[in-house]
Design a binder for this molecule. Structure first.
Ligand code: TEU
Ligand code: CA
Length: 558
């Protein structure tokens, strides 16, 4: 397998709206990011992924783009952005940008043209269909509620939007559209960026005829995902994009892909197929959801996590490449989700970081994860800002769910959990803004903030710093193989890795009780060193290891 810089890198995701506000308008911005680059350099990350900063009416916080080649006024100017790129490069870090081309904003010039009339030259840039017997062209539900189709009075047809109605899907069947996208990508790459994170990129090819999806519970709308996820021409489109654009630059690509399987991910990321380098898969993020989807709460069974992660680790080893994440701007905070954000916040955040960072793949850290930032619980729905959450609240009330049940789902799974302002210090608004923040700051900022963490050698921040530097110093973390231990244990996640005669043993306790690890007979392991741990373990004796609540320890041996 080829060794490359992006297999040896750690990525940090910035959600700019919530990162750092430089001018007191309550909204994070690009100059605000520049102010914090030294902080990121100290943490030791190699690559910054910047969530969308393009011009947008902000129906979905920038994931609805009205001009792909301009910077959103809230965030600054193109000059600010150029300075950002320059300052990142000066610090020997890299910048990858978000590419959102499954859909645009309905305020993009292409769409304003497209909706003008059926014979407009841009009509075919989007997916327009006549009604079916006076109703929507098919039964697909949109991710943010309601039908995936919206009726346009003026031209008398429906357009497809898999997300909100202000996010019309682009028509990738149209080759002119595809080439406009490629030109736009080249324009950014020629400015010197180091790659792209591609939003729902496995949705761009839709099945011929756009058939109705299954609707087993006879709800208002059906599930069309089998007709738009990993569709018939997806590999052709990604290969074309690779040949026309990506292959001409030394850059990294990561495709966000809900509903992708291990087998499909191998196809997307196998070098020789020349498509993408890695994907974000969702299996491990869906394990705590019931059959009704993300709002249908279900506790995590650790054995499910083991099964899933292990299939991905073994499946992609030597054939493709994994990305490693448990947090991003769409997910609740992992310390609140799979850890314990009360009495074991610091310990469990370190344990979760250890578990993830010792795996094979490229790790992604989401802003605030390195501080152990937690979920938010606003009393009133008025304080929530996310379109998905607000639509869910409205639709679920209409469906007769109780307010209490709805709020429990939102507290547990809502995307605003990840979007409260970054907690920089214990001053007003956590140092995020001098004005009034666009979304309220988590009240726990006096205790949980970057300034505290940077000054405390025992902090999660310093622990992450060490995890990052261990990956740099140990090829086994980057390239070793993976073996799951104790598959049936309900509280301990243990795995071993090996590489060129070296071995790594990773023990993590996912519970608030003491647990004893007993080394399985089929594992031969002689510990020589402890690389990192969040507790007191200092013995190299691994036959029996007593792990305190949420304890993690990593041994290097042979
Ligand atoms: O997300 C795509 C996606 O399918 C999910 O992550 C989804 O937004 C969420 O889980 C709903 O529960 C991407 C972006 O990351 C997200 O922020 C955007 O809203 C979405 O695409 C549309 O661009
Ligand atoms: Ca601002």
């Amino acid at each position: 397998m080829k060794k490359t810089w992006w297999k040896e890198s750690v990525v940090y995701q910035i959600y700019p709206r919530s990162f750092n506000d430089s001018n007191g308008d309550g909204i994070g911005d690009i100059p605000g990011v520049i102010e914090k680059l030294d902080y990121l350099k100290e943490l030791g990350v190699d690559v910054i992924w910047l969530s969308p900063v393009y011009q947008s009416p902000n129906d979905d916080n920038g994931y609805d783009i009205s001009d792909y080649q301009a910077i959103m006024d809230d965030f600054g100017t193109m000059n600010d952005w150029e300075q950002l790129l320059d300052e990142i490069h000066q610090r020997e870090m890299k910048l990858i940008m978000d590419l959102v081309v499954n859909h645009s904003s309905d305020e993009h010039a292409w769409f304003t043209e497209s909706r003008k009339s059926k014979d407009n030259p841009f009509r075919d840039y989007y997916i327009w269909r006549p009604d079916k017997e006076g109703k929507e062209p098919n039964n697909w539900a949109a991710t943010f509620g309601g039908s995936a189709w919206d009726y346009d009075e003026a031209s008398g047809e429906y357009y497809l939007h898999l997300f909100s109605k202000k996010q019309p899907d682009l028509n990738w069947e149209n080759s002119e559209l595809r080439h406009e996208v490629y030109d736009m990508m080249k324009w950014w790459l020629d400015k010197g960026i180091d790659g792209f994170r591609m939003d729902v990129i496995n949705f761009i090819s839709k099945a011929d005829g756009l058939p109705d999806g299954p609707n087993p519970h006879n709800k208002k709308y059906g599930d069309g995902s089998q007709y738009f996820m990993n569709g018939p021409r997806i590999h052709e489109f990604l290969h074309e994009m690779n040949q026309e654009v990506i292959s001409k630059y030394d850059v990294m690509t990561v495709g966000e892909m809900p509903g992708v399987s291990v087998e499909q991910a191998i196809e997307y990321t196998d070098d020789s197929r020349e498509e993408l380098q890695m994907v974000f898969q969702f299996e491990h993020m869906d394990l705590d959801s019931g059959p009704e989807g993300k709002w249908d709460l279900k506790p995590l069974d650790l054995r499910d996590l083991k099964k899933s992660i292990s299939r991905w680790q073994t499946g992609l080893h030597g054939t493709g490449w994994n990305s490693l994440y448990m947090n991003n701007h769409d997910q609740p905070r992992v310390v609140s989700r799979f850890g314990n954000d009360k009495e074991y916040r610091v310990t469990s955040a370190k344990m979760l970081g250890t578990f993830l960072h010792m795996l094979q793949g490229t790790p992604y850290i989401y802003q605030g994860e390195e501080l152990g930032m937690t979920n938010i619980k606003f009393d009133s729905i008025q304080d929530y800002k996310d379109i998905e959450t607000l639509n869910y609240y409205r639709d679920a009330l209409n469906d007769g769910k109780s307010e209490h049940e709805i709020m429990q789902s939102i507290y547990t799974k809502g995307r605003d959990n990840a979007r409260t302002p970054m907690q920089w210090n214990s001053e007003k608004n956590a140092g995020f803004t001098t004005g009034s923040p666009w979304i309220a700051v988590n009240e726990n900022y006096k205790e949980i903030n970057a300034s505290q963490a940077v000054h405390d050698p025992e902090s999660i921040f310093h622990y992450y710093k060490k995890l990052i530097s261990l990956r740099k110093d140990h090829k086994i973390i980057q390239y070793g193989d993976y073996q799951l231990l104790l598959p049936d244990h309900q509280e301990i996640y243990a795995y071993a890795r090996s590489y060129e005669g070296q071995k790594l043993l990773v023990l993590t306790n996912f519970s608030n009780q003491e647990q004893t690890f007993t080394k399985p007979e089929n594992l031969s392991f002689y510990a020589k060193d402890i690389l990192i741990g969040n507790g007191q373990i200092n013995s190299l004796h691994v036959e029996k290891v007593v792990l305190k609540p949420y304890e993690a320890v990593v041994y290097l041996g042979e």
